[in-house]
Design a protein around this ligand. Structure first.
Ligand code: NDP
Ligand code: MG
Length: 381
C-alpha cells in the first residue's frame, strides 16, 4: 500500500486527492498539512488517521492540537512543521498542493528525503525550477506533474523518448473573460473572475486563469518539467478544455491527451504512475461534441502571457518577481483593493524596475519575494 503525505490537503487539489484515497482504498495517508483551516483538517485527520499533521498558522495549530488530543497524531506548525510532513519517513509520495511560493521549502525537503513528488504547486517550479530540477536529479526523485496540461504532456511522452519533442502546444481555456478587450475587463469584479467556465479550482488559480497568468506560470512550469526552450512552447486557446495539451515530435507527429475536465485524472495518474487506474465520471461524446474550437491567445487584452515569456527568458530572479507580484496583486484584487487590470499592470511595473540577480540561491529568491511584497504593501497599502 503506497503511503501519501499531502501538503495542502484542505484545498481543491488536496480534497480531490483525498476523494481518490477514499474511493480506491489502496492508498494510505501518513501526513496532512494545510495553512489554517482547523475544522477541515480535524475532519480529515479523523477520517484518514495520519500520524503527523501540520497547520502553518501557529494559533490554528494550537487549536487543532486540543481538538485531536484523543488521537495518536503529532500536530506540528510553521515552516518546520510543513517540512517535517514533507520528509515524513513512511511517505512514498508527497503531493505538493500548497498554493504559492510558501511551498518551495517543503517541496525541496520532500526531494531531499527521496520522496516521489506529485506536484501541483506550480509557483515552486516557476520561481525555483533551476534549484528543484537539479535537486530531484541528484536525489533520483521523479517529479510527476499534477497540473492537467503538464500531465497531458507527460502522458503523451510515454514511449516516445527516442523521438525528440520539437514543440509543446500548451492549451488554455482563455478563462471567463475570453473574447473581451482590456477596456471591457477593466471593471470586472472578483465574483465575475471567480466564475471559471470549465474547472472548479482554488480562488487564486481561478483568478490566474482569468488574467492568463496561470498560462504564463504554466509555460515556465513546462520549461522546467520537460527541458524545452521557451521558443518551443506555444500556447493555443481551446475554450472547452477538451484537449489538455499536445506535443509535436521531430517526425511531425502531434500527440494529444483529451478528456473531460476533471482534475482527478491527472492526480490519479501521478499517484499510480506508471499504471492507469479506472476512474468513474462523464466521458467525451464525440457524436454530440461538434467542433473543437482552437484560437490564438489575445496578448493585447491579456498581457500576462507575453510578460511570462519575458520573465522566463530573462531568468534569474525575474520569474520570482512575476510570480510574487501576481500573488500580492491577486490577494489585493480579491480583497477589493485593486481592479482587475491592475493585476497585470502591477506585474509589468515590478518587472520593469527589477534589477535581475542571475542564478539566485533559495535565500535570494525568498528575499526578492519578501522585498517585493514589502515595497508593494508600502506603495499601495
Ligand atoms: P486552494 O486555495 O484550493 O488550496 C490551497 C491549499 O494550500 C490549502 O490546503 C491551504 O490551506 C494551503 N495553504 C495555503 N497557505 C498555506 C501555508 N502558508 N502553509 C501551508 N498550507 C497553505 O488551491 P488549489 O488546490 O486550487 O491549488 C493548489 C496548487 O495547485 C496551486 O499551486 C495551483 O496553482 C495548483 N493547481 C491547482 C489546480 C486546481 O484544479 N485546483 C489545477 C492545477 C494546478 P488552508 O485551507 O488551511 O488555507
Ligand atoms: Mg493547468
Amino acid at each position: 500500500m503506497k503511503k501519501l503525505s499531502i501538503l495542502g490537503s484542505t484545498g481543491s487539489i488536496g480534497t480531490q486527492t483525498l476523494e481518490i484515497v477514499r474511493t480506491n482504498k489502496d492508498l494510505e495517508i501518513c501526513a496532512l498539512a494545510a495553512g489554517s483551516n482547523v475544522s477541515l483538517l480535524e475532519a480529515q485527520i479523523r477520517e484518514f488517521h495520519p500520524d503527523m499533521a501540520c497547520l502553518f498558522d501557529e494559533a490554528a495549530a494550537a487549536d487543532l492540537r486540543v481538538r485531536v488530543a484523543d488521537l495518536p497524531v503529532k500536530v506540528l506548525s510553521g515552516m518546520e512543521g510543513l517540512m517535517s510532513c514533507a520528509a515524513h519517513e513512511p511517505a512514498d509520495i508527497v503531493v505538493g498542493a500548497i498554493v504559492g511560493m510558501v511551498g518551495i521549502r517543503p517541496v525541496m525537503a520532500a526531494i531531499e528525503a527521496g520522496k516521489t513528488l506529485a506536484l501541483a504547486n506550480k509557483e515552486t517550479l516557476v520561481t525555483a525550477g533551476h534549484l528543484i530540477i537539479p535537486l530531484a536529479k541528484e536525489h533520483n526523485v521523479p517529479i510527476l506533474p499534477v497540473d492537467s496540461e503538464h500531465s497531458a504532456i507527460f502522458q503523451v511522452l510515454q514511449g516516445n523518448r527516442m523521438n525528440k519533442v520539437s514543440r509543446i502546444l500548451l492549451t488554455a481555456s482563455g478563462g471567463p473573460f475570453r473574447g473581451l478587450t482590456r477596456v471591457q475587463t477593466a471593471d470586472k469584479k472578483p465574483k465575475d473572475a471567480l466564475k471559471h467556465p470549465n474547472w472548479s479550482m482554488g480562488r487564486k488559480i481561478t483568478i490566474d486563469s482569468a488574467t492568463m497568468v496561470n498560462k504564463g506560470l504554466e509555460v515556465m512550469e513546462a520549461k522546467w518539467l520537460f527541458g524545452v526552450d521557451y521558443d518551443d512552447i506555444e500556447v493555443v486557446v481551446q475554450p472547452k478544455s477538451i484537449i489538455h495539451s499536445m506535443v509535436e515530435f521531430e517526425d511531425g507527429a502531434v500527440l494529444a491527451q483529451l478528456g473531460t475536465p476533471d482534475m482527478k485524472l491527472p492526480i490519479a495518474y501521478a499517484l499510480y504512475y506508471p499504471e492507469r487506474k479506472p476512474l468513474p465520471g462523464p466521458r467525451l461524446d464525440f457524436k454530440t461534441m461538434g467542433q473543437i474550437q482552437i484560437a490564438s491567445p489575445d496578448n493585447e487584452a491579456f498581457p500576462a502571457l507575453p510578460l511570462a515569456y519575458r520573465a522566463g527568458k530573462t531568468g534569474g530572479t525575474m520569474p520570482t518577481v512575476y510570480n510574487a507580484a501576481n500573488e500580492w496583486a491577486v490577494a489585493a484584487f480579491l480583497a477589493g483593493k485593486i481592479g482587475f487590470n491592475d493585476i497585470t499592470d502591477i506585474i509589468a511595473a515590478c518587472m520593469d524596475r527589477h534589477a535581475v540577480i542571475e542564478s539566485p540561491s533559495l535565500d535570494t529568491i525568498l528575499e526578492a519575494e519578501r522585498e517585493l511584497r514589502a515595497s508593494l504593501t508600502k506603495d499601495r497599502g
